[in-house]
Design a protein around this ligand. Sequence first.
Ligand code: ADP
Length: 275
Amino acid sequence: MMAPAATNLGLNLQILAEAPTVGAVAAVRTAPVGDYKDLDTLREFARGKDVITFDHEHVPTEFLRTLMAEGVNVQPRPEALQYAQDKLLMRAAIERLGLPNPRWAKVSTLDELLAFGDEIGWPMVLKTPRGGYDGKGVLVLDSPEEARERSTAWFEQLPSRTDFSALLAEEKVPFTRELSALVARRESGEVRPWPVVETIQVNSICDEVIAPAQDLDPEIAEAAASAAVTIASELGVTGVMAAELFEVPGSPAGFYINELAMRPHNTGHWTQDGS
Ligand code: ADP
């Protein structure tokens, strides 16, 4: 998606591709194939580049910090990107910023999950904080019985390293539709929102985007765009950020924040032609 814009701006865009078959290989002239989870591959690719960025969130944060320590200009910085990589960090940040979060808890054991479910009521949603995409890493649990049955394996698979040894449990919010608030922010702090859009997911994959979201209460649209601006500014995001939202009529703000993405997100692909 970045390739035509880069060409128009006279930028030489190069891509580290996961496989020779990925679409990006056809879009740019220089697209070496390599593993983004291998530090030496990242180092080799970054050499001589003015700036490095991403089109997904799964490049290990510690490698990005190493690249930066070695003088590579990484954007967005790992200090910001971590909130798109880790949903537990994201929930804590949204809470700190006083923005609309569903009720949530960090749970390390089945007992903690059951206690949280009893507190907020069932059904609820259990998520792996890292590595999820397109609905992989999301379980909707209707009852304590279902939680016992389906989440036990998830807890057993948690690595013992303390940073990654918990899951995210959330209230299942009664949303009427999903929205996305996109912003672009420069390193200087200049920031601009796009109009809030409606996103239609099929099997947890974004299938259709309606821009701007139709019949959205202007106050909610304004509050959602302003929440996205606050998040981008306070977390120091550079480039494009999407705040994925649940519209929940009757809730205090009219919406809750679902998750963050820091890249030209699929809910913003319409901007190639539409803005
Ligand atoms: P992914 O990282 O795979 O995109 P999401 O966190 O966006 O995962 O969740 C995938 C889907 O699961 C959402 O599009 C939504 O339909 C549903 N979902 C996630 N969290 C909640 C929640 N707290 N309440 C209700 N539905 C949810």
